[in-house]
Write a protein that binds this ligand. Sequence first.
Ligand SMILES: [Zn+2]
Length: 404
Amino acid sequence: MLETSLPETHLEGRADVNCPSCEKTEARVFLELGQVPTNSMVLLDTKEQAVSYPKGTLTLAFCDSCGFIFNPDFDPDLVDYSQSYESSQAFSPRFNEFAARLAKDLADEYNLEGKTCVEIGCGGGDFLQQVELQGIAKGIGVDPAADPDHRVENSTQNLSFIREFFDEKHGELNPDFLCCRHTLEHVPDPANFVRKVRRSLGEDSSIPVFFEVPDTLRVLKEAAFWDVYYEHCAYFTPESMAALFEQEGFTDVRTELDFDDQYLLLHCRPTQGGTVVGGTRAYVRQLAAEVEEFSDKYRKHVAGWSEFLSEAKREGKRVVVWGGGSKGVAFVNSIPGGELVDFIVDINPAKQDKFAAGTGHRIVGPESLRETPPDIVLIMNPIYEEEIGKTLEDMGIHAEIRSV
Ligand SMILES: [Zn+2]
């Protein structure tokens, strides 16, 4: 087995780090992953630009008080969400199906017909459009990367976009429902952020609030190293996320897992009284045990894939990674020998013929595989295996498909 090029771990165990979720100083560093590209979704026009893309320090710390996992070395100034940030997953039918079902479930549960819905971190407005289909009166997206002149195709024009970071003042939008999907994991000071959300809602304790993030327990258990990347500075499990919302003045907190248990969904509403602070947190001890094993599992997993790519190369096999999102880019960047992957494939035309930050892999559309058929296709998310298998079959490509 190859040695991995992971950095020396002299700082591992660094203790007394301030936890930005419970705001106690009981966090400690448990894994240092060194320098990684500060944006795994950015699209670069040339290989040179991609290879020289800025890097930042990725470190993971665990809070022994609330179970929150975060990157204490995260520098928000290094992440530029306004520049060519392509996060839309709306090209995948499997993902669209999930978003449509979720929008319907939320509309049914919270009677959203005729209501005003605000989405924090709305991106291009894909989800807001799904919610709009449920008959809301108004949908407002707040996102520093949103385009205020954005008009969504097939929309009845009840949607509007504000190009700003969410702040307390956005309470004046008077939402009947507030949602925030896949944003909190990008926020370095979640307590402060959730506090702003709570303050924006004022005294009205009837407003339902919905948050969605990746579930970290799965990442820990599977040592899914491709799910750990620079932009994700905050890692929640159901319990640590619920603890944060209760601490910041929300009640009726309910969490569930969806999208093959990959996503963590949290429902709550503002409390009128004071905050509820958790008592004994047994889950933190269980989580601490997972964290202990993670570093070891992580290194073995990375080394295993490194060996796999070397062997494929020795046998003259062509390997491609399917999925030019953060997972695919984090995967090739984390593995010593990641450059042995020939291409990254993505169905999103906006990503095609661009280059991945760090390794500088070219991203191609599936059609390009006809010219140079791969022997092995590595799939970054097993949930898309059927979809990808069918695309390859339709093109007459008989490659070995492997989910990472
Ligand atoms: Zn904490």
